[in-house]
Design a protein around this ligand. Structure first.
Ligand code: NDP
Length: 283
């Protein structure tokens, strides 16, 4: 069994991105700037935003943190987005999710200029992904595909099962696996015989949000298991997979923490660099 070490892989990928950033900014003579909008005071979101800002500094991307109170209206958030859309110094805009209750997430995501949508959540980017066209990809699924690629795990021709169908993770991941020529099954809370379906997977990806939801009897011997879940429990952070019981049956498995998480932030840096290059090449 091999651990898919997201932390180590992210460090390698970030070193490469750092070089790309240096080359791109030297070529166009302008710094690369990511703007992150945080609405409200969700403690987990604050940590995620800090991690993103830190990652920017690590690879040479400038960052702007825009913090709005939990009482901000959709109009307030939209006004910030529009100002950033119009600012040529900003090549990437990230709206940290989840937004406080009452905010219209889909409408605000749609207000971001698709060319600056480095989280890959605008319908235009999603549409491109659906059509198999080059796109700014949602960072978590993109990070998973990178992790598989870096460990030279063949996807084409494999049977992949994705448990979870969120717009953020499950659906785009299923699409990326399909575009990479896997045969993909997507499961959700209404899937009957989940255990039997999971046991067909050569590659089992889990994004459910329930601690240790996937047990050893749900995993085929020798499967690749990707655990997206981040669950805060009394025993600390745990994934959606019962790691101790499942790991001995896998060929590869991601740990939590240190698996998918570090790759997610890293691909945000890659998207920011790609968005910068596309915008500057078009000017
Ligand atoms: P959502 O809550 O949006 O989606 C959860 C999915 O799991 C839904 O599709 C739901 O089905 C499905 N589900 C729930 N219960 C069951 C069940 N009993 N059997 C089968 N499927 C079920 O979560 P996200 O996709 O946003 O996140 C999932 C997890 O990944 C969370 O722990 C989150 O914290 C983590 N995460 C980690 C990231 C990282 O960088 N590592 C990034 C993003 C998320 P239905 O649609 O039918 O309700």
């Amino acid at each position: 069994m091999t651990i898919l070490d997201g932390k180590q892989t992210a460090a390698v990928v970030r070193a490469d991105i750092k070089e790309q950033v240096a080359k791109a900014t030297a070529r166009f003579g302008e710094p690369m700037t990511l703007a992150v909008i945080l609405v409200g005071d969700d403690p987990a979101s604050r940590v995620y935003v800090s991690n993103k800002i830190k990652a920017c500094a690590e690879v040479g991307i400038l960052s702007r943190r825009i913090v709005l109170g939990a009482d901000a209206t959709d109009q307030d958030v939209q006004a910030e987005i529009e100002a950033l859309n119009a600012d040529p110094a900003v090549c990437g805009i990230l709206l940290q999710l989840p937004l406080p209750a009452g905010c219209d997430e889909q409408r605000l995501l749609a207000a971001i200029d698709p060319a600056k949508d480095v989280d890959g959540l605008h319908v235009v980017q999603r549409g491109k992904l659906f059509c198999g066209l080059p796109a700014l990809l949602p960072c978590t699924p993109y990070g998973i595909m990178q992790l598989l690629a870096r460990y030279q795990i063949e996807v084409a021709g494999k049977r992949a099962v994705v448990v979870g169908r969120s717009n953020l993770v499950g659906k785009p991941l299923a699409m990326l696996l399909l575009n990479a020529n896997a045969t993909v099954t997507v499961c959700h809370s209404r899937t009957p015989d989940l255990k039997d379906v999971c046991r067909t997977a050569d590659i089992l990806c889990v994004a459910v949000g329930k601690p240790r939801f996937i047990t050893a009897d749900m995993v085929k011997e020798g499967a690749v298991v990707v655990d997206v879940g981040i669950n805060r429990t009394e025993q600390g952070l745990v994934g959606d997979v019962d790691y101790a019981a499942v790991a001995p049956h896998c060929s590869f498995i991601t740990p939590v923490p240190g698996g998918v998480g570090p790759m997610t932030v890293t691909m945000l840096m890659q998207n920011t660099c790609d968005a910068y290059l596309l915008q500057h090449s078009a000017r």
